[in-house]
Write a protein that binds this ligand. Structure first.
Ligand code: FAD
Length: 320
């Protein structure tokens, strides 16, 4: 096999995203002695920093999201991973002779790599109803851990019926006088143990078969206009805040023209985390999968780094 010479300033791999997926990929890539760099984003940290406690990450029950990310980060740095806190604004594919080189542009500079791992996660979907945009940060929230203390002895609503909505509703009961959980169906989607806890909590009441049509208030939330989908009746609920957990949108706009995505925008990968582009890999919540959790993002990240490593070794003409 002929060995290729790669220009010095070109990384073996650039990882975009500093959540569990990206940082695990960073740990594996730097420990494998790849020339690796991770861009962690300058405006948001990982989604997991929004939660006060994880109960389901193996071996570390009760750890906070912030501490877990900090531990991942320290572990990656200890293996020599280069981490930059910058926002990626574009990704371009080019050629250097017969090899593909990716150019990653950020708000601070430009970097080149033989392979890229995308781990940009997802963000919470908005309702798209009147009042929502105007009142974000003034009673409309996507993060109970961040904002729950503002609602001590007040009434709040949570919209959604999945694991996150129910977990955050339970957390809010530590502060709020009453939590009204509004769900468009007549049963929750959340895991059994979370449902049991929610039903056992006197401070949570359920507004079934209902959707929010408007968020009311001038300088802060004062209530919600809610429609019952079965009776078609509209009512007003008086609340001081509303927390929205109605599903995720992948952060994949920058990549949607480079790789195949599904109809919801999630990057399609195979079991080796390979996308439709040979040297572009993806992992974690931004990919098409059925379970979006820390443990699955970490597993994906390890596989993505391994696959990127095999690709780069092959390209350089090294085989083991
Ligand atoms: C409130 C809440 C509670 C949760 N509770 C749990 C739980 O108890 N247990 C559990 O396992 N999971 C939980 N999750 C889910 C978990 O947070 C995600 O599954 C996990 O964080 C996914 O990891 P990720 O690396 O794919 O993405 P993320 O953690 O979302 O990380 C994405 C990274 O990409 C970066 N990024 C995005 N765009 C750019 C860009 N253009 N340039 C540079 N960087 C960029 C961001 O800054 C971030 O660093 C919870 C999520 C939320 C919101």
């Amino acid at each position: 096999m002929t060995e290729r010479t790669i220009p010095e300033n070109v990384y073996d791999v650039i990882i975009i995203g500093g959540g569990p997926g990206g940082l695990t990929a960073g740990i594996y890539a730097s420990r494998a002695r790849m020339k690796a760099m991770l861009v962690e984003g300058s405006t948001t940290v990982s989604q997991i920093t929004m939660t006060d406690m994880l109960e389901n990450y193996p071996g570390l029950p009760g750890i906070t999201g912030m501490e877990l990310i900090d531990r991942f980060r320290q572990q990656a740095l200890s293996f020599g991973l280069e981490i930059k806190t910058e926002h990626v604004t574009s990704l371009r594919k080019g050629r250097r002779g017969d090899i593909t080189v990716w150019t990653v542009t950020t708000d601070r500079g430009e970097y080149e790599a033989l392979s890229v791992i995308v781990s940009t996660g997802a963000e919470w979907r908005h309702l798209g109803v009147p009042g929502e945009d105007r009142l974000i940060g003034r009673g409309v929230s996507f993060c109970a851990t961040c904002d729950a203390p503002f609602y001590r002895n007040r009434e709040v609503a949570v919209v959604g019926g999945g694991d996150t909505a129910v977990t955050e509703a339970i957390y809010l009961t530590k502060f709020a006088k009453m939590v009204k959980l509004i769900h468009r169906r007549d049963r929750l989607r959340a895991t059994g143990i979370l449902q049991e806890r929610a039903f056992a909590t006197e401070k949570i009441s359920f507004v079934w078969d209902s959707v929010v049509e408007e968020i009311l208030g001038d300088n802060g939330v004062t209530g919600l206009k809610v429609r019952n989908l079965k009776s078609d009746e509209a009512t007003e609920l008086s609340v001081d805040g509303v927390f929205l957990f109605i599903g995720l949108l992948p952060n994949t706009k920058l990549f949607s023209e480079l790789v195949n995505c599904n109809k919801d925008g999630y990057i399609i990968v195979d079991s080796e985390m390979r996308s439709s582009e040979e040297s572009l890999f993806a992992c974690g919540d931004c990919t098409q999968k059925s379970l979006r959790q820390v443990v699955t993002a970490c597993g994906d990240g390890a596989v993505a780094a391994h696959s990127a490593g095999l690709y780069v070794d092959d390209l350089k003409g090294q085989s083991y």
